[in-house]
Design a protein around this ligand. Sequence first.
Ligand SMILES: Nc1ncnc2c1ncn2[C@@H]1O[C@H](COP(=O)(O)OP(=O)(O)OP(=O)(O)O)[C@@H](O)[C@H]1O
Length: 754
Amino acid sequence: MSTDAVQDEQQFISDLYARLDALRDRAEGSVRQSVAQVGTGRQAKLERDVHVQEETARLAQLNAVESGLCFGRIDFRDGVSHHIGRIGMREDDAERTPLLIDWRAPVARPFYLATGYSPMGLRRRRHLSTRGRTVTDLHDEIMDLGDTTRTGHESRDADEVLLAALNAARTGRMADIVQTIQAEQDRVIRASHRGVLVVEGGPGTGKTAVALHRAAYLLYAHREQLARRAVLVVGPNPAFLGYIGEVLPSLGETGVLLATVGELFPGVAARGKDTPAAAAVKGSPGMAGVLARAVRDRQTVPEHVLEIVHEDHGVLPLDRASAEDARAAARATGLPHNLARPHFAFRVIDALTAGLAERLGADPYGGPNLLGADDIAQLGKEIATSRAVHAAIDELWPSLTPERLVAGFLADPLQLPEHEQALVRRVDGPWTPADVPLLDEAAELLGADDSAERAAQEAARQEQIAYAQGVLDVSAGSTTYEFEDEESEVLTAHDIIDAERFAERQEEADTRSAAERAAADRTWAFGHIVVDEAQELSAMAWRLLMRRCPSRSMTLVGDPAQTGDAAGCDTWQEILGPYVGDRWRLERLGVNYRTPAEIMAVAAEVRRSVEPGFEPPRSVRSTGAEPLVRTVPEGELVRAAVALAAERGARAQSADGGRLAVIAPAVLLPRLAAALPSASCGEAPDLTSPAVLLTARQAKGLEFDRVVVVDPDGVRGGSPRGANDLYVALTRATQWLGIVRAQGDAAGPPPAGE
Ligand SMILES: Nc1ncnc2c1ncn2[C@@H]1O[C@H](COP(=O)(O)OP(=O)(O)OP(=O)(O)O)[C@@H](O)[C@H]1O
């Protein structure tokens, strides 16, 4: 075996890291220098802040790509070679010669797609394995069969690097797959960003991995547009977001917003929990209409006559018919509730003014009203400024916040059918994730009457313009306009920018990243949205997400066979039909990279009980180890599960690392937690701990080296979509699966030997 090639690559890698260090030093120095700068004015300070923010982001990127910076090389038949890595890097020479090619660049594509049949101009493809900054192994694939040169590192198995990645012990944090993206995955990652792309595939087919790499790819390919509008990745729960949170930074992308739907209403922390039935009601498509009715129900009219006691003019009667007219006129504007409110108020004030004028100006001899237009206008003013009148308008057409409306609705959900009212009724208590789409819907229905805010903003803008004008005047005053020689006229700041533009330029210098600004703004329109476990989202959650993405540039990944949430959807058309009709594309991933064939066979049987003829994705590996099934009396489930976990968990703490999960029905968790004190559990378990205790729902999207599924019958019977939950639980293991089931368990997998 040739070590020359290793030495050559080591030299290259060492040089590469030296360059990385230099770039880091430069960025660090630049940040330090800027921070130390004493600004000489507002503009200078803003420019400094923007610069610091940019350089800090660059530094974060350079730090994040340290591990496995370069992982491949392609040699073309024409003699050209490129090293492929997490980011692109250039030499520090005058030509800025490319040193490392970003994996997303078109020229890197043969690294992922070339085959012996279709070598795409390649002579050889090399995978470099590194630990820290040291080259540990090379795997070469000869693509040009006529080429007889050998390096001594030719792989016997083309999938050697892939299998090593799949067999590696799990850490509790998802790793990127940039070194081993497969051709079918590459196609999805680089698909056009326009429109809605749905990526469907069974468990372990790499949907999450592909979705994250796609986000990184799109940011690379459409940086201008997407960095400005930001990319949002939506996941099912915070634990899952923690699990996938390191992938994008490791690909050099630190500016993507990761969030659950429950986190998408700025100012609201959804810490409460709904029962599945309550969440299903709150997520159902009919809720949009229900909330619209709740808003209309807050637009009231007096039963007969409302007597308003004016401070100066005594009782002003507002009769039902006048109030109804005002309400109809306000509704006819089609504006959201709070924006239509002034229209209602004007009508009411007009009606009250007319009534008062009629009273005060009545001619005792039956002639025309004695008041002139000016008198009536004066009366109108007195009514419009009356506290009592305002209180009455507020009562009839209150100004509402989303929080107030939804809290009021949940306390007394009259607009729902009776049997659903009891499910969602809540007088107090924290917001839940299922409330967030309702708050968002309410915000749309209510609209923000931001006239006062806009007036304040305009005042601030005028102030900035005045300030900018001052700056320009000072600069103009201290400049000699013309040289003696008429032709060499100097352009002053005044000639190239006016005060208004100058002020705007300062406004634009919001130093927060687009993702940070997006997180704080409910009305932000994202450049692209990626939704993972998309099958779990309710119809109401989709309404919220579609509002955040008017361009409909979206990637949805999921597997309807794994839907667990009662509010989740069964088909993509059901989700997408209302927004894009049938104008969406579907890509399927058909290879399971996680679950060995033996485990998948057991999981597929469970699936077939609800979907006869079901074919699972093809497992890329088989371990030769059948899942271990222990059948015990029902009262022994916990004891047996703990014993099995202890056997396997002990190994998880050994040198091979790896993680063990015990997945059980929620009712068994307290006893299991007491018996397995070292296992992490609860709402947000620490997935990096050697052993974790979870429900099947919590395990969705995650994976572990070893999994013990306890009481499969209990998991299946635990919810209307329990069969899907069991399927999820059985497909989480990368190496080994144990099942502890109760005697007489009809739903468990077929018995297998101990
Ligand atoms: N090309 C690849 N190279 C290396 N590992 C891969 C590749 N594709 C997928 N994997 C690995 O397979 C495992 C499953 O991937 P992932 O979690 O993305 O699947 P999924 O389809 O989202 O699964 P589920 O539907 O069960 O959540 C992960 O460990 C992932 O890193």
